[in-house]
Design a protein around this ligand. Structure first.
Ligand code: 13P
Length: 252
């Protein structure tokens, strides 16, 4: 069975002008030119996608977007269609980030529509799941995540399931400096893989990558990456700086 290639993804959120994005990517290209046993991905805001795509041509750093609509086209003011992302050079798209669920009404149902639409346009979805602090304290973490996975990821083909990227991001660990301990993260990652195996078979579940997100920093990335079911990181704050993102990708 093929080994899962580690994926370190930077979610830039609502940061960086085109000029700032270009500077960051130029620095990353210089530092990460030679990587091959791991994959680096940047997800800038929509306004910088085209400029960053141009800079990343002939590089091994991948490009992704942070959200999209599930419809092909139409009167949906302010939305971006899957084909527009593919056209801009994106290979990945983040779907159902907790900030979108919390502030913009994203539900498991819209996550499911977007996940299928991404695959239909040859984009690899990175589907985010995670519990809030209140849910963890009530001991319902696995129940919450189980529901997000079952409903958000229903109806895929086995091939799509194998290509999918899932990101476990405990809401209480995002931007707070509080990381889940490697053991806490591993427990949830293993549960996600088991559940995914019950939906799509063991082969797909072994192939799908599961990233951890929530205060991943250069000083905690290696220990997280040593866990058997952690296949990479989805990084916010520490992805906005050339040096720290370089160190994250170069985890040992
Ligand atoms: P931080 O790395 O800033 O905690 O953000 C995590 C995140 O939300 C990535 O999508």
């Amino acid at each position: 069975m093929a080994k899962r290639k580690p994926l370190i993804a930077g979610n830039w959120k609502m940061y960086k002008t085109v000029a700032e994005a270009s500077d960051l990517v130029k620095g990353l290209k210089k530092n990460l030119g030679g990587i091959s046993d791991r994959e680096a991905l940047v997800c800038p805001p929509f306004t910088s996608l085209a400029a960053v795509a141009q800079l990343l041509k002939d590089s091994n750093i991948s490009l992704g977007a942070q959200n999209m609509h599930w419809e092909e086209k139409g009167a949906f003011t302010g939305e971006i269609a899957p084909a527009m992302l593919a056209d801009a050079g994106c290979k990945y798209v983040i779907i159902g980030h907790s900030e979108r669920r919390q502030y913009f009404g994203e539900t498991d149902e819209t996550v499911n529509k977007k996940t299928k639409a991404a695959f239909a346009h040859s984009l690899t979805p990175i589907v985010c799941v995670g519990e809030t602090l209140a849910e963890r304290e009530k001991n319902i973490t696995l129940e919450i995540i189980g529901r997000q996975i079952k409903n958000g990821l229903a109806g895929l083909t086995d091939k799509q399931a194998a290509e999918l990227v899932i990101a476990y991001e405990p809401v209480w660990a995002i931007g707070t400096g509080k990381t889940a301990s490697p053991a806490q993260a591993q427990e949830v990652h293993a549960a996600i893989r088991n559940l995914f195996a019950s939906m799509y078979g063991n082969e797909a579940a072994q192939a799908a990558r599961i990233l951890y997100g929530g205060s991943v920093k250069p000083d905690n990335v290696s220990e997280l990456m040593r866990q058997p079911d952690i296949d990479g990181g989805l990084v916010g704050g520490a992805s906005l700086d050339v040096d720290s993102f370089t160190k994250l990708v170069q985890f040992s």
